[in-house]
Design a protein around this ligand. Structure first.
Ligand code: SAH
Ligand code: SF4
Ligand code: F3S
Length: 485
């Protein structure tokens, strides 16, 4: 693994389109790669795998596409506007290609998988199209392009997990990192394109996950986030040798994996995303409660508060089931932060059903929520079977109501920390000012405080919270011993 630049870009939206840059590889071939990523954290994690594969071929990365030999754009298909963003960006790369005809332009990720060879027909400037399970083939595909052909590989795999590839940690802060523990999704939520773009669900060998987490910790990282579309269905079955060196079949579920990662060191914080309401078990909750270094924060997307809509969405749980899971979290981990994803205006959603979404938000009191207006995706179950019949302006209005409620609740949640002392992991200087540090508490709230002599990134410090905005806690470092929450 190779070292990185310091930034503190964390938030999804802030990272869209971020270019990834790393230190030069030991053996260079003079060629430069520019790679830009869109979509979820898994796409960003994949770009680190891609960079690792090309760095092995002697490439260097660059943050300026105008000086690159190869430009990759790692794409997202989740909503129409995500795809539109990529199309706009491609037209900028097109202008560059007219200036420098030797430039190779590649489309990776979910849009590549969804559109396949159509991409080569629709976007003439694109030379290579590669789906999320075919990144090992990149060196060969680039050779094909160099010999004058367009190249494409969008085969999905039932096995590929890139378990043996050490991702280069790009643009990281050297303190927090993501680890993919599984790929794909078998859930078939009717609105969602992911099962089509990422293929079947498969879990990664726990030994390679633990080795990656241990390696990060040994290099000074203090927090890992375990990533999967549905981490609660993580299941690995395979051979292991016991103390007597006898081979045996072992099975590892998510709670057990979480525990193994937490046991690496009490100094290593563990986070994970995304949990699925139908699969999250009490065993997982008890494991979180048992280990102080497993953060008390669960992203548990509800999507809708109406049982009828949830059924149409094929989420396979009811409103009551979801509420029962929330009650279990509150009982087992009393100070757990909970966040959500919510879709406004899904097919046939009525006004009453929209009210049910608002009322479940009241019930839970989410610390944070990602909110979306429904966007029909070609090929999904909903696109084939249901009518996208909620008018655009109604979707917009419902989304605005959801957003307004969430802003109020987020502020209320953050206000609960004011006057208290919280333990945070210092991630670096704040985005807004060099004179401030930032870091997150156990519940994933961002805390900003004036830089104090002797404190540096990677340290845990207690911060007294003096006030808050709707997104950030503001405080001062506590020098004397004071209990943190
Ligand atoms: N695996 C995660 C989420 C993956 S996609 C889960 O199951 O929760 C992230 C979020 O995008 C989803 O939770 C959903 O809220 C939203 N989303 C997915 N498809 C969408 C669509 N067609 N229109 C609007 N929002 C969508
Ligand atoms: Fe999409 Fe549902 Fe899978 Fe999440 S669980 S990725 S929403 S199909
Ligand atoms: Fe987007 Fe693909 Fe992630 S569709 S949200 S990049 S899995």
């Amino acid at each position: 693994m190779i070292d990185l630049q310091l930034t503190d870009k964390k938030h999804d939206e802030a990272r869209q389109g971020e270019a990834l840059v790393t230190a030069a590889p030991l053996v260079r071939n003079g060629r430069k790669l520019y790679i830009e990523s869109y979509g979820c954290q898994m796409n960003f994690a994949d770009s680190e795998i891609v960079a690792s594969i090309l760095l092995d071929q002697g490439f260097e990365t660059t943050g300026d596409y105008k000086e690159a030999d190869v430009v990759f754009i790692n794409t997202c298909s989740i909503r129409e506007n995500a795809e539109q963003r990529v199309r706009n960006r491609l037209s900028q790369f097109g202008a560059e290609k007219r200036r420098n005809p030797k430039l190779i332009v590649g489309v990776l990720g979910c849009m590549a998988e969804r559109l396949k060879s159509k991409f080569l027909e629709e976007e003439k400037l694109v030379d290579v199209v590669v789906g999320p399970d075919a990144y090992r083939e990149l060196p060969q595909l680039l050779n094909e392009v160099e010999s004058g052909h367009k190249a494409i590989n969008v085969l999905l795999s039932r096995e590929e997990t890139y378990a043996d590839i050490s991702p280069v940690r790009l643009n990281g802060n050297g303190i927090t990192a993501f680890i993919s523990i599984m790929r794909g999704c078998d859930n078939m939520c009717s609105f969602c394109v992911v099962p089509f773009t990422r293929g079947r669900e498969r879990s990664r060998d726990p030994h390679s996950i633990l080795a990656e987490a241990q390696d990060l910790f040994d290099r000074g990282y203090k927090e890992v986030t375990l990533l999967g579309q549905n981490v609660d269905s993580y299941k690995w079955k395979g051979a292991a040798t016991d103390e007597n060196r006898e081979a045996q079949e072992i099975e590892v579920n998510f709670a057990q994996l979480l525990e193994k990662v937490a046991l690496i060191s009490p100094e290593l914080r563990v986070r994970f995303s995304t949990s699925h309401p139908k699969d999250i078990t009490d065993e997982v909750l008890y494991t979180i409660a048992k280990y102080e270094n497993i953060c008390n924060y669960i992203h548990l997307p509800v999507q809708s508060g109406s049982t009828r809509v949830l059924e149409l969405m094929n989420r396979t749980y009811t409103r009551e089931w979801y509420i029962n899971r929330i009650d279990a979290i509150r009982q087992i981990i009393p100070d757990c932060a909970i966040s959500s994803d919510i879709i406004a205006g899904f097919c046939t959603e009525t006004e009453e059903e929209h009210q049910e979404t608002l009322s479940i938000m009241d019930y839970v009191g989410y610390d944070f929520a990602f909110t979306f207006s429904y966007s029909e995706r070609p090929g999904t179950l909903a696109a084939r079977k249901l009518e996208d019949d909620v008018p655009e302006e109604v979707k917009k209005r419902r989304l605005a109501e959801i957003l307004a409620k969430q802003q109020e609740t987020s502020l209320f949640r953050l206000q609960q920390f004011v006057g208290k002392t919280v333990k945070i992991l210092v991630e670096g200087t704040s985005k807004k000012s060099d004179r401030d540090f930032c870091g997150r508490n156990d519940q994933n709230a961002m805390v900003v405080f004036p830089a104090t002599a002797g404190i540096k990134a990677g340290q845990y410090v207690n911060v007294h919270i003096d006030r808050c905005t709707s997104a950030t806690l503001l405080g001062t470092v506590v020098v004397q011993e004071e209990a943190a929450v």
